[in-house]
Structures are given as C-alpha cells and as structure tokens.
Design a protein. Structure first.
Length: 469
C-alpha cells in the first residue's frame, strides 16, 4: 500500500463522452445532454463502483466556432444547467459526491453560495463547487459585456468571490436553529452572522438564507494550471482538476501547488490533486487500440481543426496550411495558458503537422489519453499516484455509457486488487470520501474575518436588522 492511502476517483461526465466524436459512436446516447435517465444511469454506475464524485463542467453560451464544425459537434452545445441536474441526481443516489462548475465571471457570490448550500442539504452533504473563471469570450455577450475579462482581472475577481462565498457559508452556526415549538424560539439571534462585505468587485451584506450545511462548507474544486489559478487554489481549493500530459509535468505541478499552501496556513493533505484521465480500455492492448482507432475514425477534419483552435484559445487557424507545421508565432490567447503551452510543446517535440496535432488534441480535447489492458491502465495510474504526480484521477470516459462501463468492469477491480481503491464507502459525505476535515465556522471563537486580513463589520444593529427582516 502507498503511504498516501488510496486513490481518489472522480467521473467527469461530458454528455456523450469526452472524445469529440463520441456522439457518433453506436453505443453512445446521442441526446445525452437532455436525457435525465442517461445521467441517472451513469451516475449510479459510478456510485456502484464507489467513485468519490461525479463532475459536470459548464459554460454559459453556445460555443462560437466555424458553423460547419459546430454543427457536427455535440459537446457544450445544448445540455442541462448542471446544478439543476445535480439536484435531481441527489434524489436517485445516496453516497457519491456531486460537483459542478459555477463561474466567478458571470455569477454573483450570493447566488453561488445559496445554490451549493441548497444542494449540500438536498444530498446530505455531497456537494462540491468547481470554482472557475470563464474562458470563452462568447459568454461575455450574454451578460451585458462587449469584452471578456482579461486573465489577471478574472482571477482577482475570483479570489474575492471565493472569500465572500466561504464567508456566507458560515452565516449560521451549526446549532443556530432550535425550532422550539413550546417556547416559540425558531433560532438563536446570536448565532446568526451578517457579513457586510465591501470589496473591489463585490458588496454583499448577507447573511445567507440557508442554514450551515452538513459538510460545514461544500468542497471547493478548481481546474487549470496557470500561475493566477495556482495563487487562488493554494488559498481555497480542496480538489484540483488538472491536465498534465507527462508524469514529469504532473510531479512538478503537484510539488508546486502543494508547496504554496503553507503561505495560507494550510497542510498539503487539505488538497487532493486529480489529473484528467481519458482511458480507452480493452481486455487486451490490441482491443483497446482497436477501440481508440475506431473513435478517431469518427472525427471530421474540420471538427479536429476547430477543436485545436478552441484549445488554443479561439485562435483562427484557417490561414495556415492544415498539413504544415503549427506556426511558432501564434499569439498567446486569453484562455488557459497551461493548455496552450502543452499543445505547443507536443507539436515541437514530435515535429507534428497541424493535422496530426489537431487529430490528437481533438479526441480528448488536449487531456491525457491512456490506451491498453486493465493492467496497463492501472500501471499508469499507480505510477503517477505512488510517485507524487497526483492523489487520484478525474476519469473522463471517451464515450458514454460504454466507456464508463469498460472502466468500471475492467480497471476498478484491478485497482482494488492492488489495494489502491476502496471496495466500500466509509462515510456518507464528499468530505469523508476525500479524507477532508469538516471545517469549523469562522465564528466558533468569536467574530472572524471574511478575508484573512479584514474583518466584516458586524454590529448589534446590523444583526437586529437582519433578524427582524
């Protein structure tokens, strides 16, 4: 057994699967984005396999792309709003964690705090918030903006956003609500804490109108790998979804991020780093390769080029020859800088044409792909886990439901045989699954800070006003 204990596993559900042509697979559910029974089935499959969590990404626009390419794609086009979906899934599951994205760019902190607190109550303590900044310029046009936030501004806003949300989650003490019918006392006034936050980006009085949740706070997740993201994650994140393509990249990222946590008085054990893993599994290596080749054959070249453009931040690649090299002078985009650099590194290291890069990137949209037998996939996972490249993985089935079924049937038993993954849940909440402590309220020892360096203005008058309201 590793001294780190066992792996943490998430199941990342893109509606039809993570391969860009997944919706064309004969075994895929083509209308998955709006098919609740499909989501219920795959979530219950992940729960039977004892996954820590399921995860749903989100975007608040229809992607902008070449229309011929866009019309051939099913990913992030038309699908359920994820928090609504997770609320429904909470009623058909009992243990598995329920995590969704909510952007700090085009939401308000009170909205996010209230929705995830509600989900945590509905699910009995299984909610997680994927804290992201929006990366697509098209989202700005749906929220009264002519221009997307710049990279640095997005993360300045995200940090203050997280400060406000976590403070709102402590609005009520755990024992605030006595609901005493005999005395007529519903809650203790002194256990209610208005916030009165006034910052650069937000002004939020509070308190939150949802009681403190079963987990104390929903689990905070972040995704990405830029320096700005790392700065926010070191302070707030408890789970990290990331996309290193080699074990060397994974180990560097793992050491860098965990090493930054001490700046905020946090232990490395308070964060679980889970790289994305798209596994194409066969009973033999040859069978896995055959499955992968079939999926790749379903990619239309126009779609491949457009996905490469998206991964690079929306750059227009049409002026460049598709069978020529990826240009060295591509401008840095206002998107994920770590992904941008990863793609350039692959192209240069392996001397690939744009078509070759596009076909490779398009399949899993720039994430790590492992093909092989159950033993080979488990070997890859074990090597990264035991050598401090990760604390587990965010598994990205290439198509659904079949890709998940393959992983659950073939890889999970192999991981369990090696003692690397649980055979039963040991708790009921997402924090218990992940080995994360339930946080104490910042008000346990008196009025605490919304930010670590600034106290909210809590007065007897403001408390009385909130109680009377």
């Amino acid at each position: 057994m590793s001294t780190k204990g066992q792996m943490r596993l998430g199941a990342f559900f893109n509606p039809t699967g993570h391969h860009v042509a997944s919706w064309r697979h004969p075994g895929a559910q083509a209308d998955a984005g709006i098919n609740f029974q499909h989501y219920a089935e795959i979530t219950r499959t992940a729960e039977r396999a004892k996954f820590d969590l399921v995860f749903f990404a989100d975007n608040m626009c229809v992607r902008e792309a070449n229309m011929e390419a866009l019309s051939r794609s099913a990913q992030y086009i038309a699908n359920f709003e994820p928090l609504t979906l997770l609320g429904a899934l909470s009623s058909v599951t009992t243990h598995i964690g329920l995590v969704a994205t909510a952007s700090t760019s085009y939401n308000e902190p009170f909205h996010v705090a209230r929705k995830f607190a509600s989900l945590d109550h509905l699910s009995g303590g299984r909610a997680g918030w994927n804290l992201v900044t929006s990366g697509m310029a098209a989202e700005a046009y749906n929220f009264g903006r002519d221009k997307h936030y710049e990279h640095g501004e997005r993360y300045d806003r995200a940090r203050e956003f997280a400060q406000v949300v976590t403070a709102l989650w402590d609005s009520w003490d755990d024992d605030a609500f006595i609901r005493d019918k005999a005395s007529g006392q519903f809650f203790h006034p002194d256990k209610l804490h208005p916030l009165n936050h006034k910052g650069e980006h937000f002004s939020v009085r509070g308190p939150l109108n949802v009681p403190r949740v079963p987990q104390g706070r929903p689990v905070i997740v972040q995704a990405g790998g830029s320096e700005d993201m790392i700065a926010v994650a070191a302070e707030f994140a408890e789970v990290i979804f990331c996309a290193p393509l080699t074990i060397e990249q994974a180990k560097t990222f793992y050491a860098t991020l965990k090493g930054r946590m001490a700046e905020h008085g946090r232990s490395p054990d308070e964060m679980k780093i889970m790289p994305g893993l798209s596994a194409v599994v066969g009973r033999t290596e040859a069978e896995a390769q055959e499955k992968y080749d079939y999926l790749q054959s379903l990619i239309h070249p126009i779609v491949a080029r457009e996905i490469l453009s998206t991964v690079l931040g929306g750059l227009d690649l049409t002026p460049y020859p598709f069978d020529g090299p990826l240009p060295d002078d591509l401008p840095m985009s206002n998107a994920s800088r770590s992904t941008f650099q990863n793609v350039l590194d692959i192209a240069r290291r392996e001397k690939l044409t744009m078509r070759q890069v596009a076909m490779r990137v398009a399949g899993a949209r720039g994430k790590s792909v492992v093909k092989g037998s159950p033993q080979q996939v488990a070997d890859h996972m074990e090597e990264w886990f035991r050598n401090d490249g990760c604390d587990g993985f965010n598994v990205m089935p290439p198509f659904l439901p079949g890709g998940l079924d393959d992983f659950v049937e073939l890889v999970i038993p192999e991981l369990q045989r090696r003692g690397l993954f649980r055979t039963e849940y040991q708790g009921r909440t997402l924090r218990e699954h992940l080995g994360l402590a339930r946080p104490r309220s910042r008000y346990v020892n008196g009025v605490a800070a919304c930010q670590r360096d600034a106290k909210p203005k809590v007065t007897a008058e403001s408390q009385a006003a909130s109680v009377s309201a």
